[in-house]
Design a protein around this ligand. Structure first.
Ligand SMILES: [Zn+2]
Length: 237
């Protein structure tokens, strides 16, 4: 049965919508596609959350069990949060993928912005070898992504939700800040944010929109994932 070592593989709910690719700087709703994606994310059931199911949005939710507040955040609103059992990840481009002209620069920008926004509970470093990298990025066309601009597929241990690999696909026609934002958004999924924020201002909202900003909520969410993981680890024995 391999129950202890079985690796479950899932496709995360849709990443971001295409409107973003068509230069519009304003946020545009993505209709049914985005809605169903959010619903799909919400249907995933967190296995180890003990937080009460309140839908607090800036109302000063007091969680008496919280040892790691990091508020505001959207850890209870954005699907299943998972984490790596390490604090440093490597990322590489997939073998044979055609990296856009400014793909490296915008990957650097994405990594830098996460680094600047958080206290680095987990860091990402570029490497050359996709066969050993934790996160592998491919640039693909609409034939693969349909009407989305990015997609992340994660692999995790279904025994404890720890991540073991992430494959990121990014629309190959993106450039500049748009490319940086979609890259950062997908890296957010790769680092453990399992779904989408309900707040349009957040990077991890399901529909991308400029400017490219990582909000306090985004940063707190990532911080809380790893702070909670640390608490869980240290209280096991
Ligand atoms: Zn997404």
């Amino acid at each position: 049965m391999r129950s202890n070592t079985r690796i479950a593989e899932i496709r995360t709910a849709v990443a971001v919508c295409t409107l973003f690719a068509s230069v519009s700087l304003s946020l545009v709703g993505c209709g049914a596609s985005g809605t169903s994606a959010a619903a799909a994310a919400a249907r995933e059931t967190p296995s180890n959350t003990t937080a009460s199911q309140s839908s607090s949005t800036g109302t000063g939710n007091q969680d008496s069990t919280a040892t790691t507040p990091f508020v505001p955040n959207y850890t209870t609103e954005a699907g299943v949060m998972r984490h790596w059992n390490k604090t440093s990840l490597t990322v590489a481009f997939a073998a044979g993928t055609t990296v856009p002209t400014d793909g490296i620069a915008q990957l650097n920008a994405a990594i830098s912005k996460w680094r600047a926004a958080t206290n680095n509970p987990i860091t990402i470093t570029k490497t050359q070898n996709p066969s050993t990298a934790d996160v592998v990025i491919s640039y693909v066309g609409t034939d693969v992504l349909g009407d989305t601009t990015g997609h992340t597929e994660i692999r995790y241990l279904n025994t404890d939700n720890t991540l073991v690999h992430a494959d990121v696909e990014i629309l190959n026609s993106l450039t500049g800040e748009e490319l940086a934002q979609v890259t950062a958004h997908e890296l957010g999924h790769a680092m453990g944010i399992g779904g989408h924020s309900p707040d349009v201002a957040d990077l991890m909202y399901s529909h991308a929109h400029l400017p490219f900003v990582i909000t306090d909520r985004d940063a707190n969410t990532l911080e809380k994932i790893y702070a909670d993981a640390k608490v869980a680890l240290t209280t096991v024995d």
